[in-house]
Design a protein around this ligand. Structure first.
Ligand SMILES: NC(=O)CC[C@H](N)C(=O)O
Length: 551
């Protein structure tokens, strides 16, 4: 028999679906349930590499850890990595298959992936007692419903009940719950079991009359009210956020171990990917991590990190435009620490030859490291282990650029010259002993009396965060009722909330006709519906790389 499950949808992006999904996974695994996470399609620049070398969203890897299982490609079969506002690299079952325009993708390609993602979900269901699925954005994006494969599309295919999470901190949560329900077709509504309020501050008794009214209006209950909890923003998907400028990653509250703090400035380059790399720095007591986009902000920084990016050449231009490039060159000459990670490492080299990502040809790098980069169509996806500063380092690699390192001292796969360090490896700072040695070197070079705490264990901190998520669900949600949903599906006889999904102009197949119970005709697929972006991204030749069968 297939395992049970639940779809965690949201009233908006950032409502907390990822962390609620992780919290449910942790609660279940503690109860002895064999559970796996699943997100049919994720749009994110924060990705991870599984042991088999598949690229998936970091959020699903984090949820897998919450469920105490090894992450696999099945848990996130489609990953879209934006390269601009209009196109994304499509990663299918962990491997890139091409660059695609949003229009082309929504015009037919996405729909064609429903079979693939439901197969993945079925495989997980046959291996686990429960699969907790995360939706994307809102399930009531009525313009996208017909081709949806990640929200109601997957819930309908699996007959999974849907829990809608709303962020009360933003306000408007009742209207959002009501509207999200009322804009769905009758069939979709029959799976919407109820709601979960997230990020609540204050006295729940003040909220209760509203929840009762919501029940009166929709016939659906609220399964829990989770309080606002600080420091839970782990492995978010906000790769598309325009700027993290001024954002400070959550640091542990412990005071600095030594007499001084260490200031880390992270250049908020365009298309920043895996900025979660710096979370391990922020986890050290006394390390203050800030995202910056002005040269002046580098002045007091003890370490500047140039992070990964899906647009290396674009990032280089941005660093130059903003005067950051010049400031970095000056810093390096003064012997002040700079760390480049992946795309950030590439920009520190002498030259970049890129006919793949930007197709800009040969571009000069900042010349701080004796490295030449050539972009390859094949993507390196790896989980390397090595050593640096006498300590074991584990990392993961996700890049098209190939480095030809021509000098300097070896540093992981890259090199170091003076206090400028560069590597393609993500995640290296999570290796505790290495991170401590590295921070000591930075403190020495920066002349700070900062001392890393001897016992910060990033893995333990992450486990504690996952446990806190599990606690939030156990303490503030009706877990018996949630379990009944997971095992038995949505309650029968849930009322229909008018008006239901409007019909799509010119499309009689979906929407209203669905609410009348008619089977929608499949929309004809035009060949244009399958177009790949020609000029942006991987371009013509990459088209031939696309595995049409797989799609
Ligand atoms: N993860 C990254 O920073 C990738 C760097 C660069 N965009 C590449 O593909 O090589």
């Amino acid at each position: 028999m297939s395992g049970g499950g639940l779809l965690v949808a949201g009233t908006t992006s950032d409502a907390g679906k990822s962390v609620v999904t992780a919290g449910i996974c942790r609660w279940l695994v503690r109860r002895g349930v064999k559970v796996a996470p699943f997100k049919a399609q994720n749009m994110s620049l924060n990705s991870f590499v599984t042991r088999e070398g598949a690229e998936i969203g970091r959020a699903q890897a984090m949820q897998a850890q919450a469920a105490r299982v090894e992450p696999t490609a099945l848990m996130n079969p489609v990953l879209l990595k934006p390269g601009s506002d209009r196109s994304s690299q499509v990663v299918l079952m962990g491997k890139p298959v091409g660059e695609m325009s949003a229009r082309g993708y929504h015009g037919g390609r996405q729909e064609a992936l429903l079979g693939t993602v439901t197969d993945c979900l079925e495989q997980l269901r046959s291996a686990y007692d429960a699969v907790i699925c995360e939706g994307a954005g809102s399930p009531a994006e009525i313009n996208l419903r017909r081709t949806d494969i990640v929200n109601m599309g997957i819930a309908r295919a699996a007959r999974f009940p849907v829990l809608v999470v709303g962020d009360i901190d933003r306000g408007g949560v009742f209207a959002s719950f009501f509207g999200t329900t009322a804009l769905l077709s009758a069939e979709d509504q029959s799976l919407v079991a109820g709601y979960l309020v997230n990020k609540f501050r204050g006295d729940v008794s003040l909220l209760e009359p509203g929840l009762d009214m919501l029940y009166g209006l929709t016939g659906r209950r609220t399964y829990g009210v989770l309080p606002y909890a600080h420091g839970l923003g782990i492995d978010e998907e906000d790769g598309l956020r325009v700027s993290l400028r001024g954002a400070v990653r959550e640091s542990v509250v412990a005071p600095p171990h030594g007499e001084d703090v260490l200031r880390v400035a992270v250049c908020a380059v365009p298309l920043m990917s895996n900025f979660t790399d710096v979370d391990a720095l922020a986890a050290e007591p006394g390390v203050v991590v800030r995202f910056v986009d002005r040269a002046e902000e580098l002045a007091d920084a003890d370490l500047v990190v140039v992070p990964g990016t899906r647009g290396t050449v674009k990032a280089l231009a941005w660093l130059r435009e903003r005067g950051l490039a010049e400031a970095l060159v000056r810093r390096a000459a003064e012997g002040r620490p700079v760390l480049g990670i992946c795309g950030g490492f590439q920009v520190l080299g002498e030259r970049i030859e890129d006919e793949v990502e930007s197709r800009a040809g040969v571009v000069d790098g900042l010349g701080l490291l004796p490295v030449r980069i050539r972009f390859d169509r094949a993507k390196t996806l790896a989980r390397p282990v090595g050593s640096a500063l006498g300590e074991v380092v584990e990392g993961y690699e996700i890049h098209h650029g190939v480095a030809d390192v021509r000098g300097g001292e070896p540093f992981l796969d890259g090199c170091r010259v003076g206090s400028v360090w560069g590597t393609h490896w993500h995640g290296s700072l999570e290796s505790d002993a290495f991170r401590r040695r590295f921070l000591e070197e930075v403190a020495r070079a920066a002349g700070r009396r900062f001392v890393p705490a001897p016992d910060t264990c990033f893995g333990v901190l992450r486990e504690e965060q996952l446990d806190r998520l599990g606690d939030l669900v156990e303490e503030h949600a009706d877990t018996d009722a949630l379990w009944r949903l997971i095992e038995g599906g949505a309650p029968r006889g849930l009322p229909f909330v008018p008006p239901g999904a409007p019909s799509v102009p010119g499309d009689v197949g979906a929407g209203a006709s669905e609410s009348r119970g008619a089977a929608p005709d499949p929309a004809p697929q035009s060949p244009e519906g399958l177009d790949f972006a020609g000029s942006a991204g991987l371009g013509q030749e990459a088209e031939q790389h696309v595995d049409e069968e797989a799609l």
